[in-house]
Design a protein around this ligand. Sequence first.
Ligand code: ADP
Length: 216
Amino acid sequence: MSSYVFLGAPGAGKGTMAEMLCARVGQAHISTGDLLRAEMKSGTELGLKAKAYVEKGTLVPDEVVAAMVSAKLGQSDVRSRGFVLDGYPRTVRQAELLDAALKELNLKLDAVILFEVGEELILRRLTSRWLCKACGAIFNVLYLPPKKEGVCDKCAGALYQRADDSLETAKKRLVVYEQETSPLIDLYDKKGLLLRVTGAEEKNANFAVLSRTLGL
Ligand code: ADP
């Protein structure tokens, strides 16, 4: 079974594409963002440590995230199913730690997929999500707007944005991506692993391009 790293700016569509691919092919979907949010929600020690970084839009320390990913990669079904790493590695150091972990577990990457999307679309996507404080319903002012601005259709509760989805934090996440993560593009290109997918606005069209790129 094939294993991939999904690389690209926040909001480039990595998470959605990883979900669709794993549903179709059966790999384990390993999203460090989802894993960190789950730890934060359960209030674990790791979650408490990660919270300040995630809410500011900066990166959680490399060793912390690497340990979390290694534990996932070591699970027995990952070997038979393959995996999609979504949002990891995000720094050169994380790429080194990943290399070492894969060697130790006798696993390998088949390809690194770079999702390329324009900054304007990314910012629009990142800042368009609103949640209801009272019932948790999710709205998207672009794709699923509430009937009345700032008010939940279901329970009339007040809508709010995830702390790291505000325009300011979204911009910060993009700067962090440019500085910390974009050097990985060259690194994986030199290893001959990099494949590029130019992202479209619509997810089914995007998935069609990804499927062709992977020869599915
Ligand atoms: P996005 O890709 O939209 O930024 P994620 O859900 O992947 O969203 O990540 C949310 C936040 O979780 C990041 O801004 C960062 O604080 C933290 N995070 C996720 N993955 C990593 C990682 N590999 N290294 C460090 N921090 C991470």
